[in-house]
Design a protein around this ligand. Structure first.
Ligand code: ARG
Ligand code: ZN
Length: 413
């Protein structure tokens, strides 16, 4: 009897994660202004969750858009699309189904490079890999999240005087799980290649590579416990019941001027001020404190298969445009050589859309010349529900691009 009561009350406190049963992901290509208007108005009335672009405001005629619709509106959305004559496709018929297939098993005790790991597992892994590789890997914390979690940073490289550095971060947007998986993969490759493989050995002898596995730690935890589709931070907003700021709209780079929202309920909310979030402030403080050593800044997102460089807050051409473009081309060629994965590259504003307040633009203007955003696999077949079977090939090919950029920096920066 008491055991039963205990069970019942436990169930009541540990809320079930949101279930996405019957919810669909649509891809549309609006052909005219009416189609664009329909998407924007449906976004309001039906509460669509935009996957690509990041919000309905960024939808454009002739460009594809992917969005996820709640279970009870999926049929209505489909009927409206049908009526409008807009070309559409159902990318995912049942999101819950796709999410369950994304992971091979729900029971996870140990860390694996070919699985998605929760935050506790990632934190235990980072402590361990630093302990196992003294003199090559060390761990520190750059600060604390809104909910009080440490934000860990690994420094990878042999100690030396006046080393140049490259900074790589993952896990800005909580639901982009392939991103933290890549940061873990990178550190594994570094420790196993050092002293064995000449290119990587030379990289780590000459560069310090900072790897931040999960920046938006609160959001990441939330995607594991409560809502797999969460994107933003988890900070409270005064005068709103909506939670969170988009960390990649929260930097002081044309802050909130384009492709960002001033409404707390939106997925691209820019926050109450630049660096209003403890996570973005901690990152910016670390980079500011380590300029001019930091020559490269790589921030890893998903999905789209793109390599972007400044600017995204305007169409202005970066003063290093030609070199940034040439390095992007070399990195993409190297990536594609492995599995023929197609990538596009170019300045963010003209390659995807204007979106101000991003960390790449901020780092560039702060003096980090080689500043890039990666959008990893895929192009929307699975989107954020990328199966674990794709972690290995995605990380392997991405390694080639990252090593290309790091080598270029080692030799030229
Ligand atoms: N999907 C990414 C985002 O919207 C792209 C970032 C590109 N850079 C930028 N500064 N907007 O956050
Ligand atoms: Zn992202």
């Amino acid at each position: 009897m008491w055991a039963l009561l205990l069970l019942v009350s436990l169930a009541a406190v540990s809320a079930e994660p949101r279930n996405f049963h019957g919810e669909k992901v649509f891809r549309v290509i609006p052909q005219n202004a009416e189609h664009v208007e329909l998407i924007k108005s449906m976004a309001q009335t039906e509460g669509l969750d935009f996957w690509l672009p990041d919000s309905a405001q960024l939808v454009e005629q002739g460009k594809r858009a992917d969005f996820h619709a709640d279970g009870h509106v999926s049929y209505e959305v489909q009927a409206l699309l049908q009526q409008s004559g807009m070309p559409y496709e159902i990318l995912i018929n049942d999101l819950q189904d796709a999410l369950e297939k994304q992971r091979d098993s729900n029971i996870r005790a140990v860390h694996s490079y070919e699985k998605y790991n929760d935050l506790d597992t990632i934190n235990a892994w980072s402590a361990n890999i630093a302990a196992q590789n003294p003199g090559l890997v060390s761990r520190s914390s750059i600060g604390t999240s809104y909910q009080g979690r440490p934000i860990y940073l690994l420094k990878v490289g042999k100690s030396g005087a006046n080393k140049k550095a490259v900074f790589i971060d993952c896990g800005f947007h909580a639901r982009e799980w392939i991103s933290p998986a890549f940061c873990q993969w990178f550190v594994k490759e570094a420790v196993s290649a050092y002293g064995v493989e000449s290119e990587f050995t030379s990289l780590l002898d000459n560069l310090d590579i900072y790897v931040l596995p999960v920046l938006n730690v609160d959001g990441y935890v939330y995607t594991w416990t409560t809502n797999r589709m969460w994107r933003k931070t988890r900070s409270a907003n005064p005068n709103s019941t909506c939670i969170g700021t988009d960390p990649n709209r929260n930097f002081n780079a044309g802050w909130c001027t384009a492709g960002a929202s001033t409404r707390a309920c939106d997925e691209t909310y820019c926050g109450s001020a630049p660096e209003s979030e403890p996570e973005t402030k901690a990152l910016a403080n670390f980079i500011r404190a380590n300029i001019p050593a930091i020559k490269g800044y790589l921030t890893i997102h998903s999905y789209s298969q793109m390599l972007l460089f400044p600017y995204s807050y305007s169409y202005a051409v970066a003063k290093d445009h030609n070199e940034l473009n040439a390095v992007a081309q070399g990195a993409v060629n190297s990536l594609t050589s492995l599995y023929k994965t197609k990538y596009t590259y170019g300045p963010g504003g003209s390659t995807i859309y204007l979106a101000a307040g991003g960390s790449d633009d901020w780092a560039y203007d702060a003096g980090v010349k080689f500043s890039y955003t990666f959008e990893l696999r895929d192009t929307g077949r699975y989107g954020f529900a990328l199966p674990e079977s794709q972690i290995k090939p995605t990380c392997e090919e991405t390694m080639l691009a990252v090593k290309y950029i790091a080598s270029y920096i080692k030799n030229n920066a």
